[in-house]
Write a protein that binds this ligand. Structure first.
Ligand code: F6P
Length: 365
């Protein structure tokens, strides 16, 4: 089916993520080389759509972009145009300004919009689709918590960085007989902690999905000592919590649609362990945004490229209101209506948790 598409626009929303630039490159190249579309990119996510602030995307603009983290279009995780802060009579009020964005697209003769983002950004994509905009979604997040796709780009890069961090911490742990804790990101999902924990040979993995019992952590450390292992490696997801305890919040970003920023569980755990274990030092490393920066890994470069090409194919076929997705080894798509509110978490009875348990990893649950 041919649609009368001449010009498309992209935007990146939410936290930056390895693979965003690779996706921008793939969409731009595929759109220009195969269909001759003109391509523009709105800056700072939806804010650019509201302010009509955009840049042309050409083969030249996107050359040299494939490995680079971040996004040349910039991003924002605060600007929901359906509930947007505007100043009126000297007061800041929340308003639905989505019609202004739609007018801006009309003015620029944008025929289709590709939205690259996580659940917040894709919720607005769905809402624009409901208003008749020709939208295609592309899923991204290092957390890998979007239910409608098996994997999001960014996740594998973040997990590789966390794995390398565990490898590096292990040599110090072994040399000084320490208990080393690595706190990783992931919000309320433990995928980064679980996979890096297995790949980085952690002795204890603590996940949001499996609240921990501090006594079981201490037992595992003591058991290792009895067996002659005088160091212990722990990976803890930022969303993990003690049984009957609370998540640890590092910051409230009050003007963000999702204001809670997690962080601090690793240092809390270190202090709790040190109260009980007196003959070993405990140290915590918080990996933080190192997980999102730097070069994109091979898997994510390929996945981003596949998603980008698939997004342009959906535009060419007129299949709007959908998000590209990976199911098994195949690229497919799901309706944006089904994507939202369908977040996934680690299955605590699943194969990966079971594999880790079978090789002696403790989840302290
Ligand atoms: O969703 C991606 C993510 O990196 C989470 O893992 C983390 O909790 C959050 O974003 C951090 O957000 P910010 O960059 O605003 O601190």
């Amino acid at each position: 089916m041919q649609h009368n598409i001449k010009k498309i626009a992209l935007l990146t929303g939410g936290g930056d993520c390895p693979g965003l630039n690779a996706t921008i490159r793939a969409i731009t190249k595929s759109a220009i080389l195969n269909y001759g579309y003109e391509v523009i990119g709105y800056k700072f996510g939806y804010r650019g759509l509201y302010n009509n602030d955009f840049m042309p995307l050409t083969l030249e603009t996107v050359s040299d972009l494939l490995p680079k983290g971040g996004t040349i279009l910039y991003s924002s995780n605060k600007d929901n145009l359906f509930d947007y802060s505007v100043e009126e009579n000297g007061k800041v009020v929340k308003k639905d300004v989505s019609d202004i964005a739609i007018e801006n697209m009309k003015k620029e003769h944008v025929d289709a919009l590709v939205v690259i983002g996580g659940d917040g950004t894709l919720t607005s994509a769905r809402d624009f689709a409901r208003k008749g905009v020709n939208v295609i979604g592309v899923p991204k997040t290092i957390d890998n918590d979007l239910g409608s796709t098996d994997t999001t780009f960014g996740f594998n890069t973040a997990t590789e960085i966390a794995t390398e961090a565990l490898d590096r911490l292990t040599t110090t742990a072994q040399s000084h007989h320490r208990i080393m804790i690595l706190e990783v990101m992931g919000r309320n999902a433990g995928f980064i902690a679980l996979e890096s924990g297995i790949a980085g040979s952690a002795d204890i993995i603590l996940l949001p999905e499996m609240p921990y019992d501090i006594k079981k952590i201490i037992d595992k450390i003591n058991q290792r000592k009895r067996e002659g292992n005088l160091f212990t490696i722990i990976v803890v997801a930022e969303g993990a919590k003690e049984k009957d305890g609370n998540i640890v919040v590092s910051k409230i970003v009050s003007d963000s649609p999702d204001p809670i920023r997690l962080g601090g569980i690793g240092n809390k755990l270190a202090a709790d362990i040190e109260k009980i274990i007196k003959d070993q030092e405990v140290r915590c490393t918080v990996l933080g945004h190192l997980q999102r920066g730097g070069n994109t890994c091979t898997f994510d470069r390929i996945l981003s490229t596949r998603y980008g090409v698939a997004a342009v194919e959906l535009i060419n076929e007129g299949k709007f209101g959908n998000m590209v997705a990976l199911k098994g080894t195949k690229i497919t798509y799901s309706s944006l209506e089904d994507v939202i509110g369908n977040n996934k978490v680690v299955d605590k009875e699943g194969e990966l948790v079971n594999v880790a348990k079978k090789i002696g990893v403790c989840f302290a649950d």
